[in-house]
Write a protein that binds this ligand. Structure first.
Ligand code: XBP
Length: 253
């Protein structure tokens, strides 16, 4: 099937953002007078739950003595966290991962359409795209599916289906980039082939449904490593390489 669009996850894929999220959560907890502190090990476990509000709820449900907090209080706490995260990203604290800027440019030059499918809040996405790609950053993406735009977050396929619906494309004409098991499951269940770029919090195995697993997209002077899938034939994941990953045309097509 010819490739027509690339659909991108955000946190851990476009940029290594989760340490920024973790810092924003902890700052919001402190500002609210809560003695909660999410260290990296606890946060790695809590990341099994996508969505910041849902993650706070999971912490409340699994931490003796934390809470109780009603839904309104959770929403307010999460909004305070989002404000802190957006401010940090807007100040330039986060950079795109190696190869992301290059592949986005190559894809646009090749006429491929771009979309985003993420669990994070829309404000976080806009802040990241403006800070890293400039004022035209958000406009590079035809569709930005984020956060509560869908009823069920990853690993449910909703957010990738949302992107496909608005692209008016079938999954087999797209390619998704993800970094977590939840994200892989979400895109795969939406019928989209997935390239996994392993990340700080995304784990290193269990990506059997991916068409390729790499340690990043690579740059000419900093080659990426293929952890599973066909050889790249060069140092980076580029448009030619992703086109080769697409499923063959169906004989019935
Ligand atoms: C990552 C998430 C988000 C972020 C925090 O989303 O699961 O919850 O960790 O952002 P993705 P919010 O990998 O789909 O980009 O607090 O705004 O949810």
């Amino acid at each position: 099937m010819p490739l027509e669009a690339l659909i991108w996850d955000v946190d851990g894929t476009l940029a290594e953002t989760e340490e920024g999220h973790r810092a924003a959560f902890n700052a919001a907890f402190a500002a609210a007078g809560l003695d909660w502190h999410w260290d990296a090990a606890l946060y790695a476990r809590l990341l099994e739950v996508t969505g910041g509000k849902e993650r706070i709820r999971r912490y409340l449900d699994t931490t003796p003595g934390a809470g109780p907090l009603d839904d309104d209080a959770v929403r307010r706490l999460h909004a305070a966290k989002t404000a802190r995260y957006v401010a940090a990203v807007a100040s330039g604290s986060v950079a795109l991962r190696p190869g992301v800027r290059r592949l986005l440019h190559e894809a646009r030059t090749a006429g491929l359409r771009l979309a985003i499918a993420t669990t994070t809040s829309p404000a976080n996405v806009e802040a990241l795209l403006l800070a890293t790609l400039g004022p035209d950053g958000p406009g590079l993406f035809e569709v930005i599916g984020a956060g509560d735009m869908v009823p069920h977050k990853k690993p449910a396929p909703d957010i990738f289906r949302y992107a496909l619906d608005r692209l008016r494309l079938p999954g087999e004409r797209c390619l998704a980039f993800e970094d977590t098991l939840n994200g892989l499951a979400s895109a795969h269940d939406a019928g989209i082939p997935v390239v996994v770029t392993t990340s700080l919090y995304g784990g290193a195995d269990g990506f059997g449904n991916a068409v390729m697993v790499v340690d990043g997209l690579g740059e000419q002077d900093a080659p990426c490593r293929v952890l599973s899938g066909p050889p790249l034939g060069g140092p980076v994941v580029d448009v030619a390489a992703v086109r080769r990953l697409m499923p063959a045309e169906s004989s019935l097509a």
